[in-house]
Write a protein that binds this ligand. Structure first.
Ligand SMILES: *Cc1c(COP(=O)(O)O)cnc(C)c1O
Length: 333
């Protein structure tokens, strides 16, 4: 399948805005080309592609630089892909709930129909139902939020789905599995999203990545806002990535497993869904009341009962925070 044939005609024909920083890419000289103020620390427009960060990330991910686009969070990548491929009022996307809510929110904003094909009882993909639909983009989240598990059989969908497969790997660094980015070689219709917001601990910076075939990346870059990553964010992300301590993830994963053990002993807990992420979906005896009780004690978890009956989603915190949660939960009656 040729994914370029799926691009909206107006986007395929678009001549992008050419910014001053794209037309002249040298770093020295007297810059009188961008109507910037001549002095100051942040007086200059930033690199439109955030190339310094991009090159560090490409090396970490193991992809070519032209397979990568940086976004203002991976949420921006979700939106860019819809705007590149989805014709408003005509095209559809598929989501597999319970899953991350932003795919559907952006579909509403972009006036795309959202087809919901729920996960099966064990939170896996309903492949026949998905393949029975006609849609431009299929959103898959693995490991999935809020259920915490990995999705199986993604490659079957890559082989058979006649559209873009958007694979959200926001939690992949917590999981024992590797990113599926090697599949990009065989499936040009695959777009992978990752983020610095979760395992890298940089949610406040707003930086996410789209990884795809170079020709898809070129289209996404054409429609992104020219300066979507600020100078400060580029600098801070570069620093943080260069000083990145990978053992922090192992520590967090051990804490998660400890938290699971603690939760198992709690009488208000009915079922703990297995997690390869930094959160745990827990079925409670009375999720709504327990949620209110915890909030009253200044412990904020997420009530996911509308998506999975009677559940709370608990993010793994520091050892002290997790202990306090367990202690407080034990006081619920
Ligand atoms: C948190 C989250 C994101 C958002 O990431 P940002 O990079 O902060 O925009 C994307 N997808 C999933 C599944 C998430 O849970």
């Amino acid at each position: 399948m040729n994914p370029l044939a799926l691009i909206r005609p107006n986007i395929a024909q678009l001549t992008p805005y050419s910014s001053a920083r794209e037309e002249y890419t040298g770093t020295t000289g007297i810059f009188l080309d961008a109507n910037e103020f001549p002095e100051g620390k942040y007086n200059r427009y930033p690199d439109p592609e955030a190339k310094a960060v991009q090159s560090v990330l490409a090396a970490q991910i193991g992809c070519a630089e032209n397979q990568l686009i940086l976004g203002n969070g991976s949420d921006e990548i979700i939106d860019l892909v819809q705007r590149a491929f989805g014709i408003p009022g005509t095209d559809s996307i598929i989501v597999c709930p319970p899953t991350y809510g932003m795919y559907e929110v952006y579909a509403k904003i972009n006036n795309l129909e959202c087809i919901r094909i729920p996960l099966t009882g064990d939170f896996q993909l309903d492949i026949p139902q998905i393949l029975a639909q006609k849609a431009k983009i299929l959103y898959l989240c693995s490991p999935n939020n809020p259920t915490g598990n990995e999705l199986e059989n993604i490659e079957i969908l890559l082989q058979n789905f006649q559209g873009i497969v958007f694979l959200d790997e926001a939690y992949i660094d917590f999981s024992p599995s590797n990113s599926k980015n090697e599949l990009l070689q065989n499936y040009p219709n695959l777009i992978i999203a990752q983020t610095l917001s979760k395992a890298k601990g940089l949610a406040g910076l707003r930086m996410g990545m789209g990884i795809a075939h170079p020709e898809i990346i070129a289209v996404l870059k054409k429609i992104k806002p020219p300066y979507n990553i600020s100078q400060t964010n580029q600098e801070l992300a570069l620093q943080a990535l260069q000083n990145w301590d990978a053992t922090a993830i192992e520590t967090l994963v051990k804490e998660r497993d400890k938290l699971v053990e603690g939760l198992k002993k709690n009488p208000s807990v009915r079922r703990i869904f297995p997690s390869v992420t930094n959160f745990i979906l827990v079925e409670m005896t009375e999720a709504d009341r327990i949620y209110a009780f915890l909030t009253g004690r200044n412990l904020i978890v997420r009530n996911r009962s509308k998506d999975v009956p009677n559940t709370l989603r608990i993010t793994v915190g520091t050892p002290q925070e997790n202990e306090l949660l367990l202690k407080t939960l034990a006081e619920f009656q």
